[in-house]
Each structure stands twice: as C-alpha cells, then as structure tokens.
Design a protein around this ligand. Structure first.
Ligand code: NAI
Length: 542
C-alpha cells in the first residue's frame, strides 16, 4: 500500500498508523524518524502491551474507555486485540459494558466517532453526509437513541450503540471497517435528566410527533441512496413502535433491516433449530409456548412460522404449533383484547390465566420467555415441562438478568439436568449432579454480522426475512456434538469469526439465488466471501 500521508499526519490517521511497528524503511521514507520510538515491534509484542494495560484497569468501563482510545489512534491494533479473544472482548466493546458507556457518554467522551445528523440539518442532509471522508460506505447503523438496550430514551447518549454494533461486524464477521458508518439521528429526547445535563451532546428539545420524525428519516434514507448508493441501513434501538413502522416503510423500498426485530428473531430461531438437532427432531416436530406476546415474541413467532413453512408446512399448520400467553392469559379465540398481529396465534382453546395449566393442556416442547417478568418460570413451570418432556427446552430471554424468566441454575436443578437452556444474558456454568452445564446466551452477534457480511459482499438490493432464517440454519448447523454434550446451543464465541464467515457464505448464496445481488455471481462463493474478510494486519507502507 502507498500513502501520500507522512510524518505526524500519518501517525494521526488510525487506519494507517502502525504505532511502534514501523520498519526502518517506513520511518525513513515517511518522515517518521524521531516521531516514534526507534524500534520495530511485532504485532504480538504490541498486543502484549495492550493486554497488560487492560489487565490494570479496575472496571469494565475503564477497559471500554481504553479500547475506544486505542481505536482512535491505531485501528489495526484495536481489532487485533478484540479478535485475539472475542469471548473476552465482545462483552467489553458491546453489551453488557456498553450500557454503562451509554448512560455516561456525555461525560466519558474523548473523541467523536461516526456522524451526528440533527433535525436542524433537515433540507440538506445529503450535503452533510458528503462530509464523511469514506466514499464507499456499505452499512450505516443508525439509532435515534429512542430505546437504548433496556435503558429507555438516552438520546445522543445512545451513540455508542451504532459504534459498537459496527465494531461487531468487523470483529465477528470480518467486514472491513472502512465500509461502516455509525450514525445518530438527533430528534431530541424526552429524558429530562439529559436535557438538564450541561454535558449532554444532543439537541435540547423534546421528541417530535411521529410524522415529523418519519419525514426526517425519509429524507435521510433518500440522501443515503444518493450519497452511498451501495449502502444497507441497519436500524438499531428505536422505540418498538418506530422500529416496526420504519421497517415496514423501508424494507421493500431500500436495502434496510432492523436488528432488534429480524436479527433477534434469527438468533432465537438458531437456538430452536439447535435444540431440535440436539434432540434429533425437526422444528416441525416441536410445539412452542411463548410467555409474552409483545414485539419480541411476535417477531420471533412470525419468523418461526416462515421457517416451518420452509420445512413444508402450510402457514396455518405452522401457526398451530405456536401458542402465546400474555399478561391477560392464553391467547385464544374468545379473547377480545388482542392486537391484529396477535390474532394468528389465538387458537381455539379454553381460556386460562395460569401458565402451568396452559403447559399441562398444550404440552409444549419449548417455552420461550419474552415477558420481561423475572422469575416467571418458577419451579412448578420447569417441573411440569420436565414431566411432559424428556428434554424440555427452556429459553428465558428477557434481560437484563433480573428480568430473566429463570436462571440457568434453576433450569438445570429443577429439571434434574434435563433442560436444554438458553438465556438472553450470559449465566455462569452450572455444576449439577457431578456434571458441568454451559448455558448459552442468545446473543445477536451470532446472526447480524454474518448477514451484514453477505450484504456487503453481494451489495444486496434488499434484506429479507429468509436471509435471517438461512443465517439461523448456518449457525445452528455448525454446533459440534461435543458442544451439545455441554448443553451449548450456539458455537463458542471463541470461534465466532469462522462461524460467521461460514454463515455469511450461506446467506450470500441465498442472495445470489434470489436475484438480489448487485454483483456478478462468482464460481466459488466461499472464496468470494473470504476474499472480503478484513484481517487486522498492518500494510507495508514502504
Ligand atoms: P414488550 O413489552 O413488547 O412485550 C412484553 C410481553 O410480555 C407483552 O405481551 C405482555 O403482555 C407480556 N407480559 C408482561 N407481563 C406478563 C406477565 N406477568 N405474564 C405474562 N405475560 C406478561 O417487550 P418485548 O420488546 O417483546 O421484549 C420482551 C423481553 O424480551 C425484554 O426483556 C427483552 O429484553 C427480551 N428480549 C431478549 C432477546 C434476546 O435474548 N436475544 C430478544 C428479544 C427480546
């Protein structure tokens, strides 16, 4: 690689800076002599120093801040560090640490990253987008800070979410960082504490009505087509209603998707497929009972239905395998309080407000907790599931931890080690009756980075639900028998890059098969995807 940058300008460019790894020839040629120590360290030695400094940080947030600083001056070393041990570093650069980083963002900010587009820029958004230095942007991850994790409206403090999410595209699936643009759309905030905080980084006004917000997002989407024509827009952490409305508004018009809806459903679907493999069954042999029929529950039920129809069922038959239970009891045909989107899952059944009774009568093989009610899967629920099923599948997905419908320890103990379990949060391994069980975490980083890599490489025109089903199959299909032995429903995070690359290959194949690619179909799709994978290695600048 050659660069016109030299001297201090080069050192200040995190994409080119090699810190202490410049060779004598590079130092000489690029006017760096005297500006960096007179050594040429290997990347391994650099990594050793970073790890040592991280070990001295007192808290995870301190590690997050240190990593953000590292990225500001040496991008290669940042990704080398994260990719050296994803199981350790993904929770530092993203959830759970990022929650605290968002809450304190206005206070911990060192160096702005990504773009901040405000409603005040309305009318000339395309012009503002042109200020971004990279011209070939392939994914924008955008939030308005409306519902950050489980923390509510954080306005501009939500910016670490798109920043972190895009880092996962690179760290987990090898998407080259120069194609990725984190974006905050500033439509104000209703969070009084932030509005009163002198260090708050967003517009000091309340949120507008939906029409005004959507008009702003419409202009943004149009401007993206104009300035970055090969770009996919990934929506993240908007309020539930806006998330659903904006997805419907754009999914058939642009290359756009919502990870909270589609990625999350794909991630849980992977756990369901994996549990079926573990039991030696098919999805179509299973019966599902959801606790919670909100946005997460319905999104997942719809994707599950689509996956069941791909296994040969009619939509009606697929729906008959899915029951739902909400705060007012079982969804059944006599209920008059249901939303339209809940109706398909209201079957003919006696009304009941008792979840255990519903289990006794429906006899589900899998229960899925998306209710936000901590402890809702009590001993009675787990024991009933264990009596009805040899291997009950228990997915306690609500988070944070205090909202989980049961803990891993409870699921294994109350089922006498028979449960196949995953949660929305990471629980520690559990010892029961002389055996160690490793609970799985339904973590979105198993799905969206692979889908993103496939979209980036194929320059897909649209993002479809089928891509998420294919990704779920790709992930579930990579679990080895020894992982199942330990109870794992996802491949270990330590192998995430290879898992995601293989998954991206499957999704890319689907993109080509569906005629949605904007590049020519290569003979070897795996080699094509691998050819796009970013490696955290310094270029030779001499
Ligand atoms: P929501 O508020 O839209 O829906 C909650 C649902 O639970 C509603 O149907 C409500 O009627 C029901 N519910 C509330 N109290 C209940 C009770 N006592 N008994 C029975 N049902 C009750 O929430 P949303 O967005 O659907 O999320 C639900 C939870 O799932 C959240 O905690 C979220 O963090 C979690 N989640 C976790 C995922 C993961 O692990 N990857 C993925 C998606 C969601």
């Amino acid at each position: 690689m050659t660069t016109r940058k030299h001297g201090i300008e080069l050192l200040r460019n995190p994409g080119l800076n090699k810190s202490t790894a410049f060779t004598p020839e590079e130092r000489e040629k690029l006017d760096l002599t005297g500006l960096v120590p007179n050594v040429t360290e290997s990347e391994d030695v650099q990594l050793q120093r970073v790890l040592m400094q991280l070990d001295n940080k007192a808290t995870d947030l301190d590690q997050y801040i240190y990593m953000a600083g590292l990225l500001d001056h040496d991008e290669t070393l940042f990704y080398r560090t994260v990719m050296s041990d994803p199981a350790r570093f993904l929770p530092i650069i993203y959830a759970p640490t990022i929650g605290e980083a968002c809450q304190k963002y206005g206070h911990i900010l060192r160096h702005p990253r990504g773009m901040y587009l405000s409603m005040e820029h309305k009318g000339h958004i395309a012009e503002v987008l042109r200020n971004w230095p990279e011209k070939d942007v392939r994914v924008i991850c955008v939030t308005d800070g409306g519902r950050i994790l489980g923390l509510g409206d954080l306005g501009a403090n939500g910016m670490p979410i798109p920043i972190g999410k895009l880092q996962l595209y690179t760290a987990a699936a090898g998407v080259p960082p120069q194609h990725l643009l984190p974006m905050y759309l500033d439509a104000g905030t209703d969070n009084e504490e932030l509005l009163d905080d002198p260090l708050y980084l967003g517009m000091r006004r309340k949120r507008p009505k939906a029409e005004e917000l959507y008009a702003f997002v419409d202009e943004f989407m149009e401007a993206v087509q104009e300035v970055f024509p090969n770009c996919c827009v990934h929506f993240e952490d908007w309020t539930g209603v806006d998330a659903v409305n904006l997805l419907e508004r754009y999914r058939d018009k642009y290359c756009a998707y919502n990870d909270d809806i589609q990625g999350t459903a794909g991630t849980t679907l992977a756990a369901m497929m994996s549990a079926a493999y573990m039991k030696g069954t098919q999805l179509s042999d299973e019966k599902y009972l959801f606790l919670g029929a909100g946005s997460a529950g319905i999104g997942l039920a719809d994707l599950l239905c689509a996956a069941l129809t791909q296994e040969g069922m009619s939509p009606e038959e697929a729906r008959s395998h899915i029951y739902m239970f909400d705060i007012n009891g079982l969804l059944e045909s006599s209920r008059t309080d249901l939303f339209d989107f809940q109706q398909p899952y209201a079957h003919d059944h006696e009304p009941t407000k008792d979840f255990t009774d519903a289990i006794e009568s429906i006899k589900p093989t899998t229960i899925i907790g998306v209710s936000t009610v901590g402890g809702a899967f009590d001993q009675d629920v787990i024991e009933t599931m264990s009596r009805i099923n040899e291997r009950p599948v228990i997915l306690a997905l609500s988070n944070p931890t205090e909202h989980a419908e049961c803990t891993a320890e409870q699921a294994y103990r109350w089922s006498k080690g028979q449960a196949i379990f995953a949660a929305g949060v990471q629980f520690d391994p559990v010892e029961y009756d002389g055996k160690t069980y490793r609970p799985s975490q339904a973590n979105n980083c198993y799905i969206f980075p692979a889908v993103g890599m496939a979209i980036v490489a194929t320059q897909a025109k649209r993002v479809t639900d089928e891509m998420f089903i294919e990704a779920a199959r790709g992930v579930a299909g990579q679990i080895k028998p020894e992982h199942h032995e330990e109870g794992l429903l996802y491949p270990p995070q330590s192998d995430i890059l290879e898992t995601e690359i293989r998954t991206a290959v499957r999704v890319a194949k689907l993109v080509f098969d569906s005629g949605l690619a904007r590049v020519e179909r290569p003979d070897d799709i795996e080699a094509f995807i691998r050819g796009h994978v970013y490696e955290p290695q310094y270029p030779d600048l001499a």
